[in-house]
Design a binder for this molecule. Structure first.
Ligand SMILES: Cc1cc2nc3c(=O)[nH]c(=O)nc-3n(C[C@H](O)[C@H](O)[C@H](O)COP(=O)(O)OP(=O)(O)OC[C@H]3O[C@@H](n4cnc5c(N)ncnc54)[C@H](O)[C@@H]3O)c2cc1C
Length: 437
């Protein structure tokens, strides 16, 4: 086993940590850089709350491509009460699993993974610079930086009654048991926050608002058999494909149709021409997201119960203004349909709009784009990449020394958010990085 390269991986969440482990198993050394100390967890698996469940069944959450039972085996050994292969385990346990795998590989391949805690501020041909002046020398760099924390134009962030980053430690501590909250965003983060409040004894009301007012759909208790995609679903014109999807869903259920599309989504995205991609992003994306990224059946039931009790209302509309008063927040909005509506008022406003990210302005990727080493994809979803995850320069040349992994690689793969998709990408990136050693 010869060690000829060192790879710098920026981001020690699931993607970066599991790539480092895979590289070590292949005999390649890496430096794993994260601004926090909890390597392997990232935002998704840092939660201490056991009511935050995975939204993917345990038997699909193996961190290792080719070892499908890895997570269920780990649960069986460590938390047998949560080891149902078709159940939805707490995300906290998943974090422990990822940490264990990282530590296990470090022990088995000593010296091949170096952990560095620090803020990566720039990337060049020789490696990565950190904010405190340190430099990590590397032959290749992987950006596994995940989704950035929510960053919207909501006023009042950082003080008063607006909770700008709900994932920040202690963010919900100030919300009193009887306080009403406005939640901007009705997706997975809203679900997490409302249920977390509930578990802490909160008895107020949540008034959730998003442009379309769509809630994530729930899984069934039992897994859905994948409906094999038909020729029309795969090859017809976009509107005919949608029609075919609806027809299949009418016959066999929409969850089965989504399951059938799951393994080939990245390929379909890569085969789609630019206008088709643009239409999908503009018109279909919110619908796709709520059907594709489903919540555990028990979580869906808890949300439905809050709605039925009148403690969670969901409104479709666009934020106009947010004003903090002495004792709370008032939000005016333009309803998606129907007449003008009175402002939403509450003690607190929680920003659950998710990441608002512009790679051209990002401290790490902005200079890469400005210098022509990288470019944005046509839809500005992220950096433009080749099918192996290598960054494309302004001239469209793939850079074998610069890769993107995980959610920021969405421009190339569309679905690269969940573990089953990311672990495939890890295999590809690890393969590409070792090819030349
Ligand atoms: C709340 C939530 C729940 C989820 N639940 C599931 C689920 O149940 N199942 C599933 O499959 N997927 C789930 N996901 C999807 C999730 O994105 C992936 O599973 C996975 O965690 C992504 O990991 P990542 O390492 O790519 O990103 P992240 O976990 O975001 O990690 C990126 C890391 O990079 C670090 N970083 C970023 N920039 C810098 C910098 N400049 N310098 C140093 N460090 C930096 C960050 O601190 C962070 O630790 C969930 C996501 C969220 C947000």
């Amino acid at each position: 086993m010869t060690q000829t390269r060192r790879i710098a991986i920026i981001g020690g969440g699931f993607s970066g940590a599991m790539l480092a482990a895979r590289l070590a198993e292949k005999g390649v050394a890496s430096t794993l850089i994260d601004r926090g100390r909890a390597f392997g967890l990232g935002v998704a698996y840092s939660t201490p709350f056991d009511g935050h469940l995975l939204n993917v069944r345990s038997n699909r959450m193996s961190a290792v491509e080719g070892r499908p039972n890895d997570f269920v085996d780990w649960l069986t050994a460590n938390h047998p009460d949560r080891a149902d292969p078709e159940g939805f385990a707490p995300r906290r346990l998943y974090g422990l699993y990822v940490k264990d795998r990282l530590a296990g590989v470090e022990e088995a391949y000593p010296g091949l993974i170096e952990r560095v805690t620090g803020e990566a501020t720039s990337v060049d041909e020789t490696g990565v610079s950190l904010s405190d002046g340190r430099k990590v020398e590397a032959q290749a760099v992987v950006l596994a930086t995940g989704n950035p924390a929510p960053k919207t134009a909501l006023p009042g962030e950082g003080g008063g009654w607006v909770i700008g980053d709900p994932w920040a430690t202690g963010a919900l501590d100030r919300v009193g048991a009887e306080d009403d909250v406005i939640v901007v965003g009705t997706g997975l983060t809203m679900v997490d926050m409302v249920l977390w409040l509930e578990a802490r004894g909160w008895r107020g009301r949540a008034k959730a608002l998003s442009r379309r007012g769509l809630l994530p759909r729930g899984h069934e208790a039992q897994p859905d058999a994948a409906v094999p995609p038909t020729d029309d679903l795969l090859h017809a014109a976009p509107s005919a494909r949608l029609h075919e999807a609806r027809r299949l869903a009418g016959d066999a259920g929409w969850r089965g149709v989504m399951e059938g599309l799951r393994p080939i989504t990245a390929r379909l995205w890569q085969e789609a021409d630019a206008p088709t991609r643009a239409r999908l992003v503009r018109h279909l994306r919110p619908w796709w997201d709520v059907h594709r990224h489903r919540i555990a059946d028990s979580i869906a039931a808890a949300i439905a119960a809050l709605q039925a009790a009148g403690r969670l209302t969901v409104t479709a509309g666009r934020v106009r203004t947010i004003k903090e008063t002495e004792d709370g927040v008032a939000l005016t909005f333009r309803p998606r349909t129907g007449p003008e509506a009175p402002p939403l008022t509450a003690r607190w406003l929680i920003d659950c709009t998710g990441p608002g990210h512009d790679p051209a302005k990002d401290a790490l990727t902005g200079p890469l784009i400005a210098s022509g080493r990288a470019r944005l994809d046509a839809l500005r979803l992220g950096l433009d990449l080749d099918p192996q995850g290598r960054v494309l320069s302004a001239d469209g040349v793939a850079d074998s020394k610069l890769f993107v992994l995980g959610p920021p690689a969405r421009a190339a793969f569309w679905e690269t958010i969940a573990v089953p998709d990311i672990r495939k990408r890890i295999e590809d990136v690890a393969g590409a990085l070792t090819e030349t050693t």
